[in-house]
Design a protein around this ligand. Sequence first.
Ligand code: ADP
Ligand code: MG
Length: 355
Amino acid sequence: MKKSIVKRIAIIVTGLSVCCCLNGCNNNNNGINNAFGNNSNDETESASRDVFAMDTYMTVTAYGKGCETAVDEAIDEINRIDELLSVSNEDSEVYILNESGSEIVSDDTKKLIEASLDLYEKSAGAYDITIYPLMVKWGFTTGSYKVPSKDELSTLLKNVDAGKIEFDKESGFVSLPNGMQIDLGAIAKGYTSQRIMQIYENNGIDCGLVSLGGNIQAYGKKYDDSLWKIAIENPKDTADYIGVIQVEDKAVITSGGYERFFEEDGEVYHHIIDPKTGYPAKSGLSSVTIVSDDGMYADGLSTTLFVMGKEEAVKLWKQSEYDFEMVLVTDEGDIYITDGLKDSFSSEYEYEVIE
Ligand code: ADP
Ligand code: MG
């Protein structure tokens, strides 16, 4: 990674783990101030709340009339979806499905399973929600990490194949073969931020921003009519960022091996698993950031393309009907952006544009 511009603007970024909104919003409420900047001259009504859910810190912010209600409803929605999809909460729909093997699921879970099966197909199995037993074995669900033996992995891999899920998208009936269990963790936060955009719209607020564990989704432009500035973390040094994307009405969602990992005998093992090997994906990418109108697909795709690697990611970007742009950072620190971000991405590092 080479810096192409020597001049560096000093911007203090705190609080968010993956992407940050820089000098973004007028906010007079709480902790989001540091990360999102502040403009004390403006009288715009604003509301912001933090919550810990889905195993991560989240901040939701809204501006304009109705912002308090919008933020309250957003928090309720986060908690509702968390309760529905949690793999560990015994009352959750996913927990019950994993235990019982079959269930008629709610509309939310139905949508997520449908999107997941679509991603599974388009990625030739790189994205696979039946990865859950492997997440457990590696200790990513509990924090009691350990490197499983080859035998343990190959036994568990026999039950990893989303193509074997029986699913009726009309009725919502889902049936899993014996021993199969699912985890919607790769798509849940993006789905949630997408739902919050709907809540913001329903409440008629001016604009807003959510950060769900660093996954960002922006509603409209900033209250001062400028674009939101979202920083993308440097996978090698999370105090630094590799560039800034300016957006309006977009999700900006990053997956990276540096987000959750443990080390053993000098090896780093992270939480995004290659369903072909059972080991953490080693595709040559350190991070994948997806920019899209659709938070759910942005989240699903960021995990998918991280597993697939640069070449396959570019193929999918060129060929599939998914409408998205991306920023890729390789293990060597090379940065690639797709054509559609040419005017909205800026960086002090050299980068290549994929056309
Ligand atoms: P994060 O949720 O940490 O921001 P991701 O969106 O990339 O990051 O999701 C990672 C999560 O996705 C893992 O914690 C696990 O629950 C799940 N997962 C891991 N590997 C895969 C995979 N190959 N396909 C689908 N889901 C996966
Ligand atoms: Mg994801």
